[in-house]
Design a protein around this ligand. Structure first.
Ligand code: SAH
Length: 261
């Protein structure tokens, strides 16, 4: 049995039913699949059973990568590298479906790498990714709720997101201390244009800096009290950051961009 490395966040999925559920979330047959952090290959085996056209896996751990090559031979292409260093847009000619049960400490980094800097011609058809449950709840949160914030706004900009299921620690070996959730992301056909995603990051950062305070201060800081923007976006400055919906934040970022250009 392979000894799991804590430093690489190794918690391997062992629950057969969950593995089956994960691969049933979308149609895999004849599709190009990318699995990140395949570990000992349990999810890999489940994916292969659904007859993908091709399966690429990216695994950072040298020993696990070697084992995967031995175990699956030419059924899969093993890339022994760090997902954070790879430019996926150069790797594929066709849109891919991505499965990932990655360490929780890099999952939000992956999100910003993939979502914030996402080009219009999406390189993927869908992303099926595991998160720590609390983080997943922040990602899918809607406005007027306490989990709503920067992560929800930024993630929902170009993507439709839904939760597939929660997963208990028992489904993994070794057992993590926390609950997990599986999320499904797919590209939106229409979204508000913001040329530089840093502007959305900045607007949300300033607005959510003090989430219990009224909108007046952050608004004035960014827009210098511009009444036209307030009228156009129908914003009431006595509300709090969590009371503005997604669309209002995207339009604010777009207005902010115009102001600065
Ligand atoms: N998906 C497998 C393993 C999950 S554990 C399963 O469900 O059973 C997380 C896996 O991600 C481990 O195999 C770990 O070695 C790998 N990993 C950790 N950091 C990585 C990185 N930066 N790039 C690629 N793989 C990584």
């Amino acid at each position: 049995m392979i000894k799991a490395k804590k430093s690489l966040g190794q918690n391997f999925l062992i629950d057969k039913l969950i593995l089956e559920n994960i691969t049933n979330t979308t149609n895999i047959k004849n599709k190009i699949i990318l699995e990140i952090g395949p570990g000992t290959g349990n999810l890999t085996s489940s994916i292969l059973k659904k007859n993908p056209k091709k399966l690429f896996v990216i695994e950072k751990d040298n020993e696990l990568a070697r084992n995967l090559r031995n175990k699956f031979k030419n059924q899969i292409t093993v890339i022994n590298d760090d997902i954070l260093r790879i430019d996926e847009t150069l790797l594929f000619k066709e849109k891919v479906i991505v499965f990932g049960n990655l360490p929780y400490n890099i999952s939000t980094e992956i999100l910003s790498k993939w979502i914030v800097n996402l080009k219009e011609n999406f390189w993927f058809e869908s992303l099926i990714l595991m998160f720590q449950k609390e983080v997943a709840e922040r990602i899918v949160a809607k406005f007027n709720t306490s989990n709503y914030g920067r992560l929800s706004i930024i993630s929902n900009w170009k993507l439709n997101i839904k939760k597939i299921c929660d997963i208990k620690p028992d489904a993994f070996y070794p057992k993590p201390k926390i609950d997990s959730s599986l999320l499904f992301f797919s590209p939106k056909k229409n979204f508000i244009k913001i040329n530089d995603p840093n502007n959305l990051e900045k607007v949300t950062r300033i607005f959510f800096n003090q989430r219990r305070k009224m909108l007046k201060k952050p608004f004035n800081q960014l827009f210098n009290g511009d009444q036209k923007v307030l009228d156009n976006l129908k914003i009431n400055l006595n509300l709090r950051p969590q009371n503005l919906d997604f669309e209002t934040y995207y339009r604010l970022a777009s207005e902010y961009e115009k102001l600065r250009s």
